[in-house]
Design a protein around this ligand. Structure first.
Ligand SMILES: [Zn+2]
Length: 326
């Protein structure tokens, strides 16, 4: 932990009677002792100074954090949370790229191209250390250099073949060029909007059928979607959740995913970078300490171990033993 101590960053985990709260909180600035909670649930007993919500996927817990007036997220993330959960967002919003002042700290925001509204947070503490929290990342090209990097590790195991992939845009276009009816299985938030963009970029300008939630998110968050209609409408292309794919009367069906455990053919379209992308991001950001923090399971440990072997100081969230009971 010494490099983190020297940088003036104390990563902590909170534990309640029900176990660890998700994700990490960062404590910094010796005088004011600020705490920014990253993608964690709203706390009744102990409030951090800010809930940073990187994006609206459910495993980043905006559903509960959005109800706090200390929540901070992009305008698009707030809109997505309201559509997904039917509740009013209670916190502050910003346009990605803007700098916001949180408790006297200027926090810059950068796009991570993972979902609409997904962003990274970046600030400098009173020790002069630059801290970057990535959230989930599809493309790290806009992220700055930093001293302390808190990075996701969704595909962080270099020894796992499933963590090595590239998007197969060619297979997507080929599937779409078939004149038969086609349905793409894609999660409602993130993947579905990526699919609509890919369909339009491929030159298909007809109606796209979508389930109500995917359609509401797409219409609420995207411009130039073309005409979107109900799933039951007469159309050649449909985009809906993987769970609805088996029940559709469509000639061709594909799931857009990097996973390999579906019954239907898959096309590798991911909202994430693979492990080489993650390692490339670390090189680009050139930190002196790395914390790998998401998702659960062994991948943050594997990524941290690999980074340690290649000369970085890295710790997975699971290895952080500063725990506060609340
Ligand atoms: Zn995500």
């Amino acid at each position: 932990m010494k490099p983190l101590f020297d940088l003036g960053v104390l990563p902590i985990r909170h534990r309640t009677s029900r176990g660890f709260k998700p994700h990490v909180s960062l404590v910094f600035n010796s005088e004011k002792r600020l705490t920014f909670a990253v993608d964690t649930t709203n706390s009744r007993s102990q409030q951090p100074d800010a809930y940073l919500i990187t994006h609206a996927h459910s495993d980043h817990h905006g559903k509960s954090a959005m109800l706090s007036d200390r929540a901070v997220c992009s305008q698009e993330t707030a809109r997505a949370l309201e559509i997904l959960y039917g509740k009013e967002y209670a916190g502050r919003t910003f346009k990605i790229g803007e700098t916001i002042n949180i408790c006297g700290v200027d926090v810059k925001t950068y796009p991570t191209h993972h979902t609409i509204g997904a962003c990274a947070f970046y600030w400098e503490n009173d020790a002069g250390s630059k801290i970057l929290v990535t959230g989930d990342v599809k493309d790290a090209k806009d992220l700055p250099k930093c001293d302390c990097l808190v990075t996701e590790a969704n595909y962080g195991d270099p020894d796992d073949p499933r963590c090595h992939f590239e998007d197969d845009i060619g297979a997507f276009r080929e599937a779409l060029s078939d004149p038969e009816d086609i349905a793409f299985g894609a999660y409602a938030f993130g993947k579905a909007q990526r699919a609509v963009r890919l369909v339009r970029e491929s030159g298909y300008s007809g109606d796209i059928g979508m389930d109500p939630v995917s359609r509401a998110l797409t219409e609420g968050l995207m411009e130039n979607t073309g005409t979107l209609v109900d799933l039951e409408s007469d159309c050649r292309v449909r985009i809906t959740t993987p769970g609805e794919i088996p029940g559709l009367q469509t000639a061709k069906k594909f799931i857009l995913t990097g996973r390999r455990d579906y019954k239907f053919p898959t096309i590798n379209i991911s909202d994430h970078m693979d492990v080489n992308g993650l390692i490339g991001m670390v090189k680009q950001c050139a930190p002196s300490a790395v914390i790998t923090y998401h998702p659960g399971g062994h991948r943050p440990l594997k990524l941290a171990a690999h980074l340690n072997k290649t000369g970085y100081y890295a710790r997975a969230l699971e290895e952080i033993n500063t725990v506060i009971e609340i």
